[in-house]
Design a protein around this ligand. Structure first.
Ligand code: SF4
Length: 658
């Protein structure tokens, strides 16, 4: 057996009702590690191009990261993979919680589900036993209730990932949910699960991951985890308040917040999680406002944004929680009692959610956002895509392209919290106008027509996240060229300005250009892509990169017994990124034909605020990126030499016709 792996994956065919095991060869693990890497290798081989994303030929994979089960800090994330019904290309959604490590503890490196069940089922994996169970009684239930019932039936130690009514109704912005509110949200993979009539996967396991050197893993983890102990990691709140007070100055000077000292970052993530920085981000131009045509300081100033940021959110937190192996615990449960929504108890809204239902919609009502977050978790919706779709609908209503009135006494207008809550409920249930919107902005714009595509904020069908590309052009490039477009975590704003990545850049001789210097951005993103793929495949939380220097390479080597250097790992990351890209090319998606929406490019530029006058030079960045990745500079197709170098010669055959 290869240390670090069980060398076992499960292959489920829902059409046939069969469950089989397979043993990937050791070379596959060495070349792709785990998580999304193992996922793309398996799906590339097992799927033919042209498969209907909602049909039986699509394969939905649940793949733990390599380090899931190794017990290292932050090493608990898994990836859901499949062909995305939103983009028609490579689909992927990364998720925390406890499901990935428990899937690993069942002795599995991955689970791949094909076919369509004739009736609703859920899959139960209990160590070596796997069976499809009737889910007739669960169909129609929300994700929280589904999880509760399965846990009640199966007993202690079981972890569940499920879809809610939105996935069942094949809403293309549907998510998978675990732990009552941790989402594998992007790429519309909840719709794929719904189309398969697979309500949930429940797993319980008791195996210990075989690793090469457990003592060394523990030593590395102990050493790294020092930064999470002691008083040094709890600086005064004053630091944070100062940052807030300086927001207007930062806006005027077009300053960027940098990572800051590790102690401060750990403190902020522990104290606030990702709800910190919502007001700051809005003020300085990082957050898109008013469906990307607004200016934070003018249209959603600090006196409004502070109501949905930092302390305003945290005052409602009744409990913190951690993903498995996490020394920080950025998650939280909030509780609010009010007249409008009664007693609300659910997951704390994340940064992206607060922005998607806050400044993007000019909504400063926190209670409504907590209610919406809970609705999205329970129905199983991607909050980013849902917020972007609501923004699109509000602009359509403003322009007279859809009916303003959606219910008795409820009219769509910017900042109207009640109308927004009602619209989200309708999207979740596919009711009335909600049915028109439930497949995201691209489909809605196609149905509505009349020029609405101009303000449908998506790339290739995936709704844009809540970081403005005019504020961080590198992100704009990432939104455009990544095989899963419109992702904030492919080059997250500010993330590259931290010691853990700086040392990778330095080792590779790649410099970080100024914010509006377009030359050199492509090379930076190409390197980031390669490294971040390694982090993802290892199953590490991306936030770990903000906190000191997680020994990623050393952990992987101690777990597996390999002696991989940085170059070797970057080659793995490169291979994974290229295969994800090739998956899309094989589907006929042309990387040179994709575009950012005009507002995201700054066409026309904003006339006020910190982003005034900014228009991105997309073509320079894209050409640079293609070159740095080893693609043809004009078409974005990988060169034959690159494919040979990465051991992907067979892919060259597939791409001959492209
Ligand atoms: S930092 Fe947050 S998202 Fe990351 S592993 Fe910890 S709890 Fe999970």
């Amino acid at each position: 057996m290869t240390p670090g792996f069980f060398q076992k994956i499960l292959l489920v065919d829902l059409s046939q009702g069969t469950v089989d095991e397979a043993t990937p060869p050791p070379a596959v693990y060495r070349d792709y590690l785990g998580g999304c890497g193992l996922g793309v290798r398996l799906l590339y081989d097992r799927m033919s191009p042209g498969a209907d994303p909602l049909g039986p030929a699509n394969v939905l994979g649940f793949v733990p990261g390599l380090l899931n089960g190794a017990g290292v800090p932050f090493g608990g994330r898994f990836t859901v993979v499949g062909k995305s019904p939103l983009t028609g290309g490579w689909g992927e959604a990364n998720c925390g919680g406890h499901f990935g490590p428990v899937l690993r503890a069942a002795g599995l490196d991955g689970l791949f589900v094909a076919g369509v069940s004739p009736r609703p089922v859920y899959l139960l994996i209990d160590d070596d036993r796997a069976e499809l169970r009737d889910a007739g009684q669960l169909w129609g239930l929300d994700t929280v209730e589904t999880e509760r019932r399965i846990k009640g039936d199966v007993g202690r130690g079981v972890q569940v990932v499920s879809i809610g009514p939105a996935g069942e109704a094949r809403s293309l912005i549907a998510a998978l949910i675990t732990d009552g509110g941790r989402a594998a949200a992007r790429s519309g993979l909840g719709a794929v699960m719904g189309a398969k009539r697979l309500k949930a996967v429940a797993v319980r396991g008791s195996r210990r991951l075989p690793v090469h050197d457990r003592k060394e893993l523990a030593r590395l983890s102990r050493e790294y985890a020092r930064i999470f102990r002691g008083e040094a990691s709890r600086p005064s709140r004053l630091l944070f308040r100062l940052g807030r007070a300086f927001a207007p100055v930062m806006r005027r000077l077009r300053m960027k917040p940098s990572g800051g000292p590790t102690e401060a970052i750990v403190h902020v993530y522990r104290e606030y999680g990702t709800c910190s920085g919502v007001a700051l981000g809005t003020e300085i131009g990082d957050a898109p406002v008013w469906n990307w045509r607004g200016v934070g300081a003018r249209d959603f100033p600090l006196d409004r944004s502070l109501h949905i940021s930092d302390d305003a959110v945290i005052q409602h937190q009744v409990k913190r929680y951690h993903c498995r192996y996490c020394p920080v615990g950025c998650g939280g449960i909030v509780r609010v009692e009010g007249e409008r929504y009664g007693v609300q108890q659910g997951h704390k809204p994340e940064f992206e959610t607060l922005l998607a239902f806050g400044p993007l919609l000019l909504n400063g009502d926190l209670e409504s956002i907590i209610e919406i977050n809970s609705t999205c978790d329970r129905y199983g919706l991607d909050t980013i895509s849902t917020g972007a779709t609501v923004a699109f609908a509000l602009e359509c209503a403003e322009k007279g392209l859809i009916e303003r009135r959606i219910a008795h006494g409820v009219e769509l207008s910017w900042g109207d919290a009640e109308a927004i809550v009602e619209l989200v409920r309708r999207i979740a249930r596919r009711e009335g106008v909600g049915d028109l919107l439930a497949d995201g902005v691209k489909r809605a714009a196609e149905r509505i027509g009349k020029g609405s595509d101009l303000f449908a904020m998506h790339v290739g069908g995936q709704e844009l996240p809540m970081h403005d590309s005019r504020y961080e052009p590198l992100l704009g490039l990432a939104y455009l060229v990544d095989p899963t477009p419109a992702r904030h975590n492919t080059a997250s704003s500010g993330v590259f300005d931290v010691p853990s990545l700086r040392e990778v850049f330095d080792a590779q001789g790649v410099s970080v250009p100024g914010r509006y210097e377009y030359g050199g951005k492509g090379a930076l993103l190409a390197l980031l892509n390669r490294y971040l793929q390694v982090v993802n495949c290892a199953g590490l939380c991306m936030f770990s990169l903000l906190m000191g220097r997680p020994p990623v390479r050393e952990w992987i080597n101690a777990a597996t017994g390999w002696s991989l250097g940085l170059e070797d790992l970057l080659r793995v990351g490169h291979r994974v990124q290229v295969l994800r890209h090739a998956f899309n090319l094989r589907e006929g998606i042309r990387p040179d034909a994709r575009s950012l929406p005009p507002r995201a490019v700054g066409r026309p530029p904003l006339e006020e605020g910190p982003l005034s006058g900014v228009t991105l030079d997309v073509e320079t960045m894209r050409r640079d990126y293609f070159r740095a990745m080893g693609y043809d500079e004009a078409t974005g197709v990988p060169t034959g030499e690159l494919l040979v170098l990465l051991g992907l010669s067979q892919v060259a055959e597939d791409l001959k016709e492209v």
